[in-house]
Design a protein around this ligand. Structure first.
Ligand code: C2E
Ligand code: MG
Ligand code: MG
Ligand code: MG
Length: 271
């Protein structure tokens, strides 16, 4: 471990203890009518000297050095509390939390999540866990834990689909109810025949297996139109909303209703 990592880990641990972390929340909307379906919690750490440190930097560090379970529990608790605040303000949505596959190795994790939901008065079916396949741990090895979550009614989303071990075939065995198509298949979708073929078959197969499909990283109206044509269920990306502060979501939701109509307007004919 180099000196910079030691220092960063130490400061991350302090940030976790002293309230130096936040969650940003990025909406996922229905591809057909634009309605808000879910918000995804994304961890944010503003370091006093370094500024914003991206999760891609500090999450792997926390995984390697025993801090990830603490971060995961903090994120779950914070997101569930925030769900209750929104619910009381009249905004009924579900909340997705990113979970390191490593945290699933804790044997009592499903029970812990259930207890947390009960203590914070959030129905378990309003929570979705987003899991990414790690480089070392295929999700199929975590089958028992995943199944226990599903039995309890917690939703499971396979994040960054197309980048890990789990191809379409393994998906049949894993108890997910949502897949998120990775941004790399979305970027060139409007013009790339190959990406169109891939995304079309992923969506068809996922629907055949009863899974909901989210596209991540949607930035343009052309990508949105292509995804709607292909029957994608949920849309997420900068086009719809950047990750927002918790307090911004209600105002965003009312602005978004008007803006959505412009986003899906068919292109104007050239005179
Ligand atoms: P992810 O879960 O796949 O999240 C999507 C990432 O893409 C987020 O980056 C988000 O800010 C970004 N993004 C969203 N829309 C767009 C878009 O239209 N264009 C582009 N270019 N990017 C977009 P972020 O917040 O830096 O998070 C990166 C990754 O870090 C996440 O990928 C997730 O795997 C991990 N992560 C974030 N928060 C947590 C957490 O609380 N716990 C754990 N274990 N991992 C987390
Ligand atoms: Mg995610
Ligand atoms: Mg993702
Ligand atoms: Mg991704």
């Amino acid at each position: 471990m180099n000196k910079e990592d030691v220092r960063l880990l130490d400061e991350l641990e302090r940030a976790l203890r002293q309230g130096g972390l936040r969650l940003a929340y990025q909406p996922k909307v229905d591809a057909l009518d634009g309605s808000l379906v879910r918000v995804e919690a994304l961890m944010r750490w503003t370091h006093p000297e370094l500024g914003a440190v991206p999760p891609a930097r500090f999450v792997p560090l926390a995984e390697m050095h025993g801090l990830i379970d603490g971060l995961t529990q903090w994120a779950l608790r914070t997101a569930l509390r925030q769900w209750r605040v929104w619910k009381n303000a009249g905004l009924d949505t579900s909340v997705a939390v990113n979970i390191s596959a490593m945290s699933l190795e804790q044997l009592d994790f499903p029970d812990l999540v259930e207890r947390l939901c009960r203590a914070l008065d959030v129905p378990v079916d309003r929570l979705v866990l987003e899991l990414t396949e790690g480089a070392t741990q295929p999700l199929i090895n975590l089958m028992d834990t995943l199944t226990r979550f599903r039995i309890k009614g917690v939703g499971l989303a396979l994040d960054d689909f197309g980048t890990g071990y789990s191809g379409l075939i393994q998906l049949r065995k894993l108890p997910f109810n949502e897949i998120k198509i990775d941004r790399q298949f979305v970027t060139d979708l409007p013009t790339s025949r190959d990406d169109q073929v891939i995304v079309r078959s992923v969506i068809e197969l996922a629907h055949g297996l009863g899974l909901q499909v989210t596209a991540e990283g949607v930035e343009t109206v052309e990508q949105l139109a292509a995804l709607r044509d292909l029957g994608c269920d949920l849309i997420q990306g900068y086009l719809v909303a950047h990750p927002l502060e918790a307090g911004e979501l209600v105002a965003w939701a009312s602005r978004h209703k008007r803006r959505w109509k412009l986003l899906i307007r068919p292109p104007q004919e050239e005179p």
